[in-house]
Design a binder for this molecule. Structure first.
Ligand code: SF4
Ligand code: SF4
Length: 187
């Protein structure tokens, strides 16, 4: 198990001090924010308030990412609250955001070489795009750690990790429904 310093400290606080986690340090950065900073913010603070506390946007903002550049995902609105997993808010200007169109897989294998979990991201993506979630599960979709390395390496700009996240969300929703059904049946 690999944990960062703030998670280790939060575990210490919970176990030794009985203190629940109610706030965390959030890195607000990128060329679209006026005064990048690390902020200690209570959960529920909106991204808009975090950005305002850093002097607001510079006017060049083209995309707001929740999280870091590799594992983060774009958000459609800054009226989103931070939570336990919000490590950062990245505000990117137009120069840092490239517009591209996803293309067909050229079977180059770069995503396979990049995957630290030794998965086959191209194959996983194809199963999920075909809505064959069970097929994706059979080739270890749930072992994906969503690091984003495959999508970063793909010369065809295929949104591999986004497909995998969607597939995993379907499985998690199924599991929750089964659990709720079992609870209702008193099992
Ligand atoms: S996002 Fe998942 S499939 Fe892609 S490289 Fe990371 S672990 Fe492998
Ligand atoms: S890196 Fe992209 S193009 Fe290459 S095999 Fe993987 S999905 Fe296909």
């Amino acid at each position: 198990m690999v944990e960062n310093v703030s998670t280790a400290y939060a575990i210490y606080d919970a176990v030794f001090n009985g203190r629940p986690l109610t706030r965390r340090v959030v890195t607000v950065t990128g060329d679209g924010v006026a005064e990048p900073a690390n902020l200690l913010a209570p959960f529920g603070t909106t991204y808009a308030d975090l950005i305002a506390a850093c002097g607001g946007m510079t006017g060049r903002a083209a995309k707001v990412i929740s999280g870091g550049p590799m594992m983060g995902f774009a958000v459609a609105s800054t009226e989103v609250p931070n939570g336990k997993t919000t490590s950062g808010v990245l505000v990117l200007g137009p120069k840092a955001v490239s517009a591209y169109t996803s293309q067909a897989c050229i079977s180059c294998g770069r995503c396979v070489e990049a995957c630290p979990m030794r998965l086959l991201p191209s194959e996983l993506s194809q199963f999920i795009e075909a809505d064959d979630i069970d097929g994706a599960v059979k080739v270890s979709m749930m072992d994906c750690i969503e690091c984003g390395s495959c999508a970063y390496a793909c010369p065809a700009h295929r949104p591999l990790v986004q497909h995998i996240r969607r597939g995993k969300a379907v499985v998690m929703a199924r599991r929750a429904a089964e659990k709720a059904k079992a609870a209702a049946a008193g099992k």
